[in-house]
Design a protein. Sequence first.
Length: 262
Amino acid sequence: MTHPARPVEREGPPAGSAILRAFKVLDVISDSPEGLGLAEICLRVGLPKPTVFRILCTLEHEGLIIRQPEQRRYQAGDRLSRFATAVLMGSPHRSARRAILDELVEQIGETCNLTVPNGYEVLYIARVETGREVSTGLRQGSGAPLYAAASGKLFLSELSERARDRFSRQVPRVAWTSQTLIERTALDQEMKRIRMQGYATECGEYLPGRCCLAVPVRGLAGRIVAALSVEAATELTPLAQLVEFVPQIKVAANAIAETFDA
């Protein structure tokens, strides 16, 4: 009597898989914008120091992470940022996010963007224009300086004082227009205002004649994962009018947050 062949059982990766160990290390580092020291990483991933150190050396050699020499802390590197960006741009949730932006544009009649931090810039991972304005040249995949964009200032406001100090030391600030905030004192005051009101604004700081308002998109742990911004030509829609849209923008931001947690 012939018995049917038994299905081949697929085994998952072993608990001690080198790939999974490296992924755990990348996961905790990418979740800590200010960087982590060796001891902190070991504690979070539950691995011995020699093992973690070997993984860190490999990841650093490949450009996936970088080490701050003065503080001996590890942060996500440019290669990891590019990888994360490619994943976001090709996410299976991009259609759902686009649909939410389309609906918001229809409600308020202004151009809407979804951005994420990308090194010292913000990256536009989705953009829906109204079609009634002259194009600014911004599109999906474009970048803008953190300190001169509403969503960028929103991301900066979430950093600790130490991280903002490091940003001020490492990033040269260019006056894109006469309105660009480049002085440290002015930026610090702006950060306080953003944290107090829960959204960020800018008017002509990056592109002349444009104003923008951004609200945070937060993940399950409450950490900001993206920003939803609305922009307009100041001659058509003043910044004060954009502020009136904050309730609708926050509803859309909460809907988009669900696509990051899915």
